[in-house]
Write a protein that binds this ligand. Structure first.
Ligand code: AMP
Length: 473
Protein backbone atom coordinates (compact mmCIF):
# COMPACT_ATOMS: atom_id res chain seq x y z
CA UNK A 1 0.00 0.00 0.00
CA UNK A 2 1.44 3.32 -1.10
CA UNK A 3 2.08 5.90 1.58
CA UNK A 4 2.92 9.50 0.76
CA UNK A 5 4.21 12.28 2.99
CA UNK A 6 1.73 15.14 2.95
CA UNK A 7 3.21 18.58 3.71
CA UNK A 8 -0.24 19.75 4.84
CA UNK A 9 -0.62 17.16 7.62
CA UNK A 10 3.13 16.66 8.14
CA UNK A 11 2.54 12.92 8.12
CA UNK A 12 2.89 9.94 5.86
CA UNK A 13 -0.59 9.02 4.74
CA UNK A 14 -2.08 6.05 2.95
CA UNK A 15 -2.53 7.18 -0.64
CA UNK A 16 -6.07 7.17 -1.97
CA UNK A 17 -7.08 9.13 -5.05
CA UNK A 18 -10.10 11.44 -4.92
CA UNK A 19 -11.78 9.82 -7.89
CA UNK A 20 -11.78 6.11 -8.62
CA UNK A 21 -8.73 5.76 -10.70
CA UNK A 22 -7.89 9.18 -12.01
CA UNK A 23 -5.26 11.38 -10.37
CA UNK A 24 -5.14 15.08 -11.12
CA UNK A 25 -1.62 16.28 -10.47
CA UNK A 26 -0.23 19.81 -10.70
CA UNK A 27 3.42 20.83 -10.38
CA UNK A 28 4.67 24.43 -10.45
CA UNK A 29 6.56 24.83 -13.70
CA UNK A 30 9.42 27.14 -14.65
CA UNK A 31 9.60 30.86 -15.35
CA UNK A 32 11.17 30.89 -18.78
CA UNK A 33 13.81 33.61 -19.01
CA UNK A 34 17.01 31.56 -18.83
CA UNK A 35 18.11 27.97 -19.34
CA UNK A 36 17.00 25.61 -16.59
CA UNK A 37 19.64 24.64 -14.05
CA UNK A 38 20.20 21.25 -12.47
CA UNK A 39 18.22 22.25 -9.35
CA UNK A 40 15.17 22.50 -11.63
CA UNK A 41 16.28 19.20 -13.16
CA UNK A 42 16.18 17.59 -9.71
CA UNK A 43 12.62 18.70 -9.04
CA UNK A 44 11.19 17.81 -12.45
CA UNK A 45 12.93 14.41 -12.60
CA UNK A 46 11.48 13.64 -9.15
CA UNK A 47 7.90 14.48 -10.19
CA UNK A 48 8.26 12.60 -13.48
CA UNK A 49 9.26 9.55 -11.45
CA UNK A 50 6.38 10.01 -9.01
CA UNK A 51 3.92 10.15 -11.87
CA UNK A 52 5.39 7.02 -13.46
CA UNK A 53 5.15 5.12 -10.19
CA UNK A 54 1.50 6.10 -9.73
CA UNK A 55 0.85 4.86 -13.26
CA UNK A 56 2.65 1.65 -12.49
CA UNK A 57 0.25 1.26 -9.56
CA UNK A 58 -2.62 1.39 -12.05
CA UNK A 59 -3.79 5.00 -11.80
CA UNK A 60 -4.58 7.20 -14.80
CA UNK A 61 -2.55 10.29 -13.96
CA UNK A 62 -2.94 13.68 -15.59
CA UNK A 63 0.13 15.84 -14.86
CA UNK A 64 0.26 19.56 -15.57
CA UNK A 65 3.26 21.87 -15.28
CA UNK A 66 2.54 25.52 -15.97
CA UNK A 67 4.91 27.76 -17.90
CA UNK A 68 5.20 31.28 -16.50
CA UNK A 69 5.70 33.25 -19.70
CA UNK A 70 5.09 36.76 -18.39
CA UNK A 71 6.97 37.95 -15.33
CA UNK A 72 9.25 40.79 -14.19
CA UNK A 73 12.40 38.78 -14.91
CA UNK A 74 11.28 37.95 -18.45
CA UNK A 75 10.37 41.61 -19.04
CA UNK A 76 13.73 42.74 -17.66
CA UNK A 77 15.53 40.42 -20.05
CA UNK A 78 13.42 41.54 -22.99
CA UNK A 79 14.43 45.15 -22.23
CA UNK A 80 18.10 44.25 -22.01
CA UNK A 81 18.03 42.32 -25.26
CA UNK A 82 15.56 44.69 -26.95
CA UNK A 83 13.43 41.74 -28.03
CA UNK A 84 9.75 41.38 -27.22
CA UNK A 85 8.95 39.34 -24.14
CA UNK A 86 7.14 36.60 -26.10
CA UNK A 87 10.23 35.83 -28.15
CA UNK A 88 12.25 35.48 -24.95
CA UNK A 89 9.74 33.20 -23.25
CA UNK A 90 9.10 31.09 -26.39
CA UNK A 91 12.82 30.59 -26.86
CA UNK A 92 13.47 29.45 -23.29
CA UNK A 93 10.30 27.36 -23.14
CA UNK A 94 11.49 25.42 -26.18
CA UNK A 95 14.92 24.90 -24.65
CA UNK A 96 13.38 23.85 -21.33
CA UNK A 97 11.33 21.17 -23.06
CA UNK A 98 14.38 19.97 -24.99
CA UNK A 99 16.29 19.64 -21.70
CA UNK A 100 13.40 17.74 -20.13
CA UNK A 101 13.22 15.38 -23.09
CA UNK A 102 16.90 14.54 -22.73
CA UNK A 103 16.34 13.74 -19.06
CA UNK A 104 13.39 11.48 -20.02
CA UNK A 105 11.04 13.88 -18.25
CA UNK A 106 8.37 13.32 -20.85
CA UNK A 107 5.38 12.23 -18.81
CA UNK A 108 3.88 15.74 -18.49
CA UNK A 109 0.44 15.86 -20.14
CA UNK A 110 0.10 19.63 -20.53
CA UNK A 111 2.23 22.75 -20.21
CA UNK A 112 -0.34 25.58 -19.97
CA UNK A 113 1.06 29.11 -20.29
CA UNK A 114 0.14 32.08 -18.11
CA UNK A 115 -0.71 34.35 -21.02
CA UNK A 116 -3.36 31.89 -22.23
CA UNK A 117 -5.26 32.09 -18.92
CA UNK A 118 -5.53 35.84 -18.26
CA UNK A 119 -9.34 35.79 -18.50
CA UNK A 120 -9.60 32.90 -16.04
CA UNK A 121 -7.38 34.86 -13.59
CA UNK A 122 -9.48 38.00 -13.96
CA UNK A 123 -12.60 35.96 -13.34
CA UNK A 124 -11.12 34.43 -10.17
CA UNK A 125 -10.05 37.87 -8.90
CA UNK A 126 -13.56 39.24 -9.45
CA UNK A 127 -15.07 36.34 -7.53
CA UNK A 128 -12.62 36.95 -4.65
CA UNK A 129 -13.70 40.61 -4.57
CA UNK A 130 -17.39 39.60 -4.66
CA UNK A 131 -16.87 37.27 -1.71
CA UNK A 132 -15.13 40.00 0.28
CA UNK A 133 -11.64 38.47 0.24
CA UNK A 134 -10.00 40.98 -2.10
CA UNK A 135 -9.89 44.76 -2.49
CA UNK A 136 -8.60 47.35 -4.93
CA UNK A 137 -6.00 50.09 -4.36
CA UNK A 138 -4.53 52.58 -6.81
CA UNK A 139 -1.78 50.05 -7.56
CA UNK A 140 -3.55 46.74 -7.77
CA UNK A 141 -5.94 44.17 -6.36
CA UNK A 142 -4.94 42.46 -3.11
CA UNK A 143 -5.99 39.38 -1.17
CA UNK A 144 -6.88 40.35 2.38
CA UNK A 145 -5.05 37.72 4.38
CA UNK A 146 -6.78 38.38 7.73
CA UNK A 147 -10.14 37.43 6.13
CA UNK A 148 -8.93 33.88 5.57
CA UNK A 149 -8.55 32.39 9.03
CA UNK A 150 -6.75 29.25 7.81
CA UNK A 151 -3.87 31.25 6.35
CA UNK A 152 -0.64 29.59 7.50
CA UNK A 153 -1.97 26.03 7.72
CA UNK A 154 0.27 24.63 4.98
CA UNK A 155 3.49 26.23 6.21
CA UNK A 156 2.40 25.58 9.81
CA UNK A 157 2.45 29.19 10.99
CA UNK A 158 0.04 30.95 13.27
CA UNK A 159 -1.31 34.19 11.95
CA UNK A 160 -2.00 35.48 15.42
CA UNK A 161 1.43 34.92 16.94
CA UNK A 162 3.21 38.24 17.13
CA UNK A 163 6.61 36.79 16.26
CA UNK A 164 5.32 34.82 13.29
CA UNK A 165 6.81 35.57 9.90
CA UNK A 166 3.24 36.15 8.79
CA UNK A 167 2.68 39.03 11.14
CA UNK A 168 5.69 41.02 10.11
CA UNK A 169 6.69 40.08 6.65
CA UNK A 170 5.68 41.79 3.47
CA UNK A 171 4.80 38.91 1.19
CA UNK A 172 5.47 40.96 -1.91
CA UNK A 173 8.94 40.55 -3.24
CA UNK A 174 8.94 43.19 -5.94
CA UNK A 175 7.11 46.25 -4.75
CA UNK A 176 5.53 47.76 -1.74
CA UNK A 177 2.14 49.40 -2.02
CA UNK A 178 1.60 51.74 0.94
CA UNK A 179 -2.15 51.65 0.31
CA UNK A 180 -2.46 47.98 1.22
CA UNK A 181 -4.68 47.44 4.24
CA UNK A 182 -2.08 45.22 5.82
CA UNK A 183 1.57 44.51 5.12
CA UNK A 184 0.87 40.80 4.64
CA UNK A 185 -1.84 41.21 2.00
CA UNK A 186 -0.57 39.88 -1.31
CA UNK A 187 -1.21 41.02 -4.87
CA UNK A 188 -3.58 39.30 -7.27
CA UNK A 189 -3.31 41.91 -10.01
CA UNK A 190 -0.73 44.67 -10.50
CA UNK A 191 -1.86 47.74 -12.35
CA UNK A 192 0.64 49.06 -14.88
CA UNK A 193 0.69 51.09 -18.07
CA UNK A 194 4.05 49.57 -18.91
CA UNK A 195 4.08 46.97 -21.72
CA UNK A 196 3.40 44.11 -21.71
CA UNK A 197 0.08 44.55 -20.02
CA UNK A 198 -3.42 43.16 -20.31
CA UNK A 199 -6.82 44.85 -20.24
CA UNK A 200 -9.01 44.41 -17.22
CA UNK A 201 -11.97 46.20 -15.66
CA UNK A 202 -9.44 47.73 -13.25
CA UNK A 203 -7.35 49.13 -16.07
CA UNK A 204 -4.25 47.74 -17.71
CA UNK A 205 -2.10 45.43 -15.65
CA UNK A 206 -0.42 42.10 -15.15
CA UNK A 207 -1.39 39.07 -13.05
CA UNK A 208 0.52 38.45 -9.83
CA UNK A 209 2.32 35.14 -9.33
CA UNK A 210 0.00 33.07 -7.11
CA UNK A 211 -3.20 33.57 -9.11
CA UNK A 212 -1.72 31.90 -12.22
CA UNK A 213 -1.70 28.47 -10.67
CA UNK A 214 -5.17 28.52 -9.14
CA UNK A 215 -6.69 29.86 -12.38
CA UNK A 216 -5.05 27.09 -14.38
CA UNK A 217 -5.88 24.28 -11.94
CA UNK A 218 -9.49 25.39 -11.57
CA UNK A 219 -9.81 25.36 -15.35
CA UNK A 220 -8.30 21.88 -15.72
CA UNK A 221 -9.41 20.14 -12.52
CA UNK A 222 -12.04 22.23 -10.76
CA UNK A 223 -11.72 23.51 -7.20
CA UNK A 224 -10.33 20.28 -5.73
CA UNK A 225 -7.71 17.86 -6.97
CA UNK A 226 -5.33 15.14 -5.86
CA UNK A 227 -1.70 16.25 -5.76
CA UNK A 228 0.13 19.55 -5.89
CA UNK A 229 3.91 19.51 -6.10
CA UNK A 230 6.86 21.86 -6.20
CA UNK A 231 10.18 22.59 -4.54
CA UNK A 232 10.40 23.19 -0.81
CA UNK A 233 10.93 26.93 -1.34
CA UNK A 234 7.42 27.27 -2.72
CA UNK A 235 5.53 26.22 0.41
CA UNK A 236 5.56 29.78 1.67
CA UNK A 237 4.31 32.16 0.48
CA UNK A 238 3.39 30.72 -2.93
CA UNK A 239 1.47 27.56 -2.02
CA UNK A 240 0.04 29.10 1.13
CA UNK A 241 -1.39 31.90 -1.03
CA UNK A 242 -2.80 29.39 -3.51
CA UNK A 243 -4.65 27.59 -0.71
CA UNK A 244 -6.08 30.90 0.49
CA UNK A 245 -7.28 31.95 -2.97
CA UNK A 246 -8.92 28.67 -3.90
CA UNK A 247 -10.38 27.75 -0.52
CA UNK A 248 -11.75 31.27 -0.08
CA UNK A 249 -13.67 30.69 -3.30
CA UNK A 250 -14.81 27.15 -2.53
CA UNK A 251 -15.99 27.84 1.03
CA UNK A 252 -12.97 26.05 2.44
CA UNK A 253 -13.22 22.79 0.57
CA UNK A 254 -9.64 21.44 0.73
CA UNK A 255 -8.06 22.40 -2.59
CA UNK A 256 -5.52 19.57 -2.65
CA UNK A 257 -5.46 16.15 -1.04
CA UNK A 258 -1.68 15.64 -0.98
CA UNK A 259 1.00 18.33 -1.01
CA UNK A 260 4.40 17.01 -2.12
CA UNK A 261 7.62 19.02 -1.94
CA UNK A 262 11.10 18.21 -3.20
CA UNK A 263 14.27 19.02 -1.28
CA UNK A 264 16.87 21.36 -2.74
CA UNK A 265 19.83 20.56 -4.85
CA UNK A 266 22.64 22.41 -3.09
CA UNK A 267 26.17 23.42 -4.00
CA UNK A 268 28.57 23.87 -1.10
CA UNK A 269 25.65 23.73 1.29
CA UNK A 270 23.66 26.49 -0.45
CA UNK A 271 20.59 26.09 -2.66
CA UNK A 272 21.43 26.25 -6.34
CA UNK A 273 19.56 29.22 -7.80
CA UNK A 274 19.64 31.74 -10.57
CA UNK A 275 19.60 34.65 -8.17
CA UNK A 276 22.65 33.38 -6.24
CA UNK A 277 24.46 32.80 -9.52
CA UNK A 278 25.79 29.47 -8.27
CA UNK A 279 24.06 27.41 -10.91
CA UNK A 280 25.06 24.89 -13.55
CA UNK A 281 22.61 24.66 -16.43
CA UNK A 282 21.32 21.26 -17.51
CA UNK A 283 22.86 21.96 -20.91
CA UNK A 284 26.32 22.59 -19.47
CA UNK A 285 26.13 19.45 -17.39
CA UNK A 286 25.08 17.32 -20.34
CA UNK A 287 28.12 18.44 -22.35
CA UNK A 288 30.11 16.19 -20.07
CA UNK A 289 27.65 13.69 -18.63
CA UNK A 290 25.11 11.30 -20.06
CA UNK A 291 21.59 12.57 -19.17
CA UNK A 292 20.80 9.21 -17.58
CA UNK A 293 23.75 9.60 -15.24
CA UNK A 294 22.15 12.79 -13.96
CA UNK A 295 18.75 11.10 -13.74
CA UNK A 296 20.19 8.24 -11.71
CA UNK A 297 22.12 10.73 -9.56
CA UNK A 298 18.81 12.47 -8.73
CA UNK A 299 16.95 9.23 -8.04
CA UNK A 300 19.72 8.00 -5.75
CA UNK A 301 18.37 10.39 -3.10
CA UNK A 302 14.86 10.36 -1.69
CA UNK A 303 12.87 13.20 -3.28
CA UNK A 304 12.39 15.09 0.00
CA UNK A 305 16.05 14.91 1.01
CA UNK A 306 18.55 17.63 0.14
CA UNK A 307 21.11 16.64 -2.52
CA UNK A 308 24.65 17.98 -2.37
CA UNK A 309 25.93 18.30 -5.86
CA UNK A 310 29.46 17.11 -6.65
CA UNK A 311 31.27 15.59 -9.62
CA UNK A 312 32.23 12.71 -7.32
CA UNK A 313 28.57 11.78 -6.86
CA UNK A 314 28.06 11.90 -10.62
CA UNK A 315 31.04 9.57 -11.02
CA UNK A 316 29.39 7.17 -8.60
CA UNK A 317 26.07 7.47 -10.46
CA UNK A 318 27.85 6.68 -13.72
CA UNK A 319 29.41 3.56 -12.21
CA UNK A 320 26.04 2.41 -10.89
CA UNK A 321 24.32 3.03 -14.22
CA UNK A 322 26.98 1.03 -16.05
CA UNK A 323 26.68 -1.76 -13.51
CA UNK A 324 22.93 -2.02 -14.05
CA UNK A 325 23.16 -1.83 -17.84
CA UNK A 326 26.01 -4.34 -18.03
CA UNK A 327 24.21 -6.82 -15.82
CA UNK A 328 21.04 -6.61 -17.90
CA UNK A 329 23.05 -7.00 -21.10
CA UNK A 330 24.91 -10.00 -19.72
CA UNK A 331 21.62 -11.61 -18.78
CA UNK A 332 20.19 -11.02 -22.26
CA UNK A 333 23.34 -12.44 -23.92
CA UNK A 334 23.38 -15.35 -21.53
CA UNK A 335 19.81 -16.19 -22.40
CA UNK A 336 20.59 -16.04 -26.13
CA UNK A 337 23.50 -18.46 -25.73
CA UNK A 338 21.55 -20.91 -23.64
CA UNK A 339 21.42 -24.07 -25.70
CA UNK A 340 20.58 -26.58 -23.03
CA UNK A 341 17.19 -27.11 -21.58
CA UNK A 342 16.22 -25.85 -18.20
CA UNK A 343 17.25 -28.93 -16.30
CA UNK A 344 17.23 -27.82 -12.76
CA UNK A 345 15.02 -25.13 -11.36
CA UNK A 346 17.10 -23.03 -9.03
CA UNK A 347 14.70 -22.25 -6.23
CA UNK A 348 17.29 -20.60 -4.10
CA UNK A 349 17.88 -17.96 -6.77
CA UNK A 350 14.19 -17.48 -7.37
CA UNK A 351 13.67 -16.89 -3.67
CA UNK A 352 16.36 -14.22 -3.75
CA UNK A 353 14.66 -12.55 -6.71
CA UNK A 354 11.28 -12.54 -4.94
CA UNK A 355 12.88 -11.04 -1.88
CA UNK A 356 14.45 -8.22 -3.90
CA UNK A 357 11.20 -7.52 -5.74
CA UNK A 358 9.38 -7.44 -2.46
CA UNK A 359 11.89 -5.00 -0.94
CA UNK A 360 11.92 -2.84 -4.05
CA UNK A 361 8.15 -2.30 -4.06
CA UNK A 362 8.05 -1.93 -0.29
CA UNK A 363 10.59 0.89 -0.56
CA UNK A 364 8.72 2.52 -3.42
CA UNK A 365 5.49 2.31 -1.45
CA UNK A 366 7.22 3.99 1.46
CA UNK A 367 6.83 7.57 0.21
CA UNK A 368 8.50 6.64 -3.08
CA UNK A 369 11.91 5.94 -1.63
CA UNK A 370 13.91 5.63 -4.86
CA UNK A 371 17.14 5.78 -2.92
CA UNK A 372 16.50 2.48 -1.13
CA UNK A 373 14.81 0.90 -4.15
CA UNK A 374 17.86 1.63 -6.30
CA UNK A 375 20.16 0.19 -3.65
CA UNK A 376 18.05 -3.01 -3.72
CA UNK A 377 18.48 -3.52 -7.44
CA UNK A 378 22.15 -2.54 -7.41
CA UNK A 379 22.89 -5.10 -4.71
CA UNK A 380 21.02 -7.70 -6.70
CA UNK A 381 23.45 -7.32 -9.63
CA UNK A 382 25.98 -9.22 -7.46
CA UNK A 383 23.60 -12.20 -7.26
CA UNK A 384 23.01 -12.15 -11.02
CA UNK A 385 26.69 -11.87 -11.86
CA UNK A 386 27.46 -14.68 -9.40
CA UNK A 387 24.81 -16.83 -11.06
CA UNK A 388 26.27 -16.22 -14.54
CA UNK A 389 29.85 -17.08 -13.53
CA UNK A 390 28.73 -20.15 -11.58
CA UNK A 391 26.88 -21.35 -14.64
CA UNK A 392 30.06 -21.07 -16.68
CA UNK A 393 31.71 -23.68 -14.45
CA UNK A 394 28.57 -25.75 -13.90
CA UNK A 395 26.27 -25.56 -16.95
CA UNK A 396 23.72 -27.91 -15.42
CA UNK A 397 22.84 -25.42 -12.75
CA UNK A 398 20.57 -23.47 -14.93
CA UNK A 399 17.37 -21.56 -14.46
CA UNK A 400 15.52 -20.10 -17.38
CA UNK A 401 12.69 -19.14 -15.11
CA UNK A 402 15.07 -17.07 -12.99
CA UNK A 403 16.45 -15.32 -16.09
CA UNK A 404 13.02 -14.58 -17.53
CA UNK A 405 11.58 -13.33 -14.28
CA UNK A 406 14.63 -11.20 -13.54
CA UNK A 407 14.44 -9.58 -16.98
CA UNK A 408 10.72 -8.98 -16.53
CA UNK A 409 11.42 -7.35 -13.17
CA UNK A 410 14.05 -5.06 -14.74
CA UNK A 411 11.55 -4.13 -17.43
CA UNK A 412 9.16 -3.03 -14.70
CA UNK A 413 11.97 -1.11 -13.03
CA UNK A 414 12.74 0.58 -16.35
CA UNK A 415 9.10 1.57 -16.90
CA UNK A 416 9.25 3.44 -13.57
CA UNK A 417 12.83 4.75 -13.48
CA UNK A 418 13.26 5.46 -17.24
CA UNK A 419 17.03 5.18 -17.18
CA UNK A 420 17.41 3.61 -20.64
CA UNK A 421 18.62 0.48 -18.85
CA UNK A 422 18.08 -1.72 -21.88
CA UNK A 423 20.39 0.38 -24.12
CA UNK A 424 24.09 -0.24 -23.79
CA UNK A 425 24.83 3.45 -24.18
CA UNK A 426 23.43 6.52 -25.88
CA UNK A 427 25.82 6.27 -28.80
CA UNK A 428 24.18 3.00 -29.72
CA UNK A 429 20.86 4.79 -29.75
CA UNK A 430 22.23 7.00 -32.48
CA UNK A 431 23.12 3.86 -34.46
CA UNK A 432 19.39 3.28 -34.90
CA UNK A 433 19.00 6.75 -36.39
CA UNK A 434 21.79 6.03 -38.89
CA UNK A 435 19.93 2.93 -40.05
CA UNK A 436 16.70 4.91 -40.37
CA UNK A 437 18.49 7.62 -42.34
CA UNK A 438 19.86 4.98 -44.70
CA UNK A 439 16.33 3.68 -45.35
CA UNK A 440 15.09 7.22 -46.02
CA UNK A 441 17.93 7.96 -48.46
CA UNK A 442 17.33 4.71 -50.33
CA UNK A 443 13.62 5.52 -50.59
CA UNK A 444 14.51 8.95 -51.92
CA UNK A 445 16.80 7.44 -54.58
CA UNK A 446 13.96 5.18 -55.71
CA UNK A 447 11.61 8.17 -55.92
CA UNK A 448 14.13 10.06 -58.05
CA UNK A 449 14.50 7.08 -60.37
CA UNK A 450 10.72 7.18 -60.76
CA UNK A 451 10.96 10.92 -61.37
CA UNK A 452 8.81 11.68 -58.36
CA UNK A 453 10.80 14.84 -57.64
CA UNK A 454 8.14 16.47 -55.53
CA UNK A 455 8.33 13.78 -52.85
CA UNK A 456 12.09 13.26 -53.16
CA UNK A 457 12.71 17.01 -52.69
CA UNK A 458 10.35 17.02 -49.73
CA UNK A 459 12.43 14.29 -48.05
CA UNK A 460 15.67 16.13 -48.87
CA UNK A 461 14.36 19.40 -47.39
CA UNK A 462 13.13 17.71 -44.21
CA UNK A 463 16.49 15.96 -43.76
CA UNK A 464 18.27 19.29 -44.40
CA UNK A 465 16.13 20.82 -41.65
CA UNK A 466 17.71 18.31 -39.26
CA UNK A 467 21.12 19.76 -40.15
CA UNK A 468 22.14 16.92 -42.48
CA UNK A 469 23.00 18.04 -46.01
CA UNK A 470 22.49 15.72 -48.98
CA UNK A 471 24.43 16.00 -52.23
CA UNK A 472 23.05 14.40 -55.37
CA UNK A 473 25.84 13.05 -57.53
P1 AMP B 1 11.88 28.67 -10.22
O1 AMP B 1 12.39 28.77 -11.62
O2 AMP B 1 12.86 29.17 -9.20
O3 AMP B 1 10.50 29.22 -10.08
O4 AMP B 1 11.77 27.11 -9.89
C1 AMP B 1 10.96 26.19 -10.59
C2 AMP B 1 10.85 24.91 -9.77
O5 AMP B 1 12.17 24.36 -9.54
C3 AMP B 1 10.25 25.12 -8.38
O6 AMP B 1 9.46 23.99 -8.03
C4 AMP B 1 11.47 25.22 -7.49
O7 AMP B 1 11.18 24.87 -6.16
C5 AMP B 1 12.40 24.22 -8.13
N1 AMP B 1 13.81 24.53 -7.82
C6 AMP B 1 14.47 25.69 -8.06
N2 AMP B 1 15.75 25.62 -7.60
C7 AMP B 1 15.89 24.37 -7.05
C8 AMP B 1 16.96 23.68 -6.41
N3 AMP B 1 18.16 24.23 -6.22
N4 AMP B 1 16.73 22.42 -6.00
C9 AMP B 1 15.53 21.81 -6.18
N5 AMP B 1 14.47 22.42 -6.77
C10 AMP B 1 14.65 23.67 -7.21
Amino acid sequence: MLEIYNTMTREKELFKSRGNNRINFFVCGPTVYEDAHIGHGRTYVAFDLIKRYLEYKGYAVFLIENITDVDDKIIQKSKEKEIDFKSISNYYEKRFKEDMDLLNVNSVNAYPKTTDYINEMLDQIQRLIDKGYAYETSEGIYFEVSKFSDFGKLSNQDLNKQKSRLQNENLETHSFDSNKKNIKDFALWKKTEEEPNFDSKWGKGRPAWHIEDTAITEEFFGQQYDIHGGGLDLIFPHHEAEVAQMEALSNKKPMVKYWMHTGFLNVNGVKMSKSLNNFITIRDLLEKWDPMVFRLFVLSTHYRTRIDFSEKSLDQAEKNLKRLKNTIQKLIDFKKDLDIEDKLENNELLDKLYEVKNNFFKDMDDDINTSKALADILNFTKVINGFISEHESNPNKNSLKFINETLAFYEDVESIFKLNLFYQDLKEDKGDYDDLLKILLETRDKLRQEKNYELSDYIRDKINDLGISIEDK
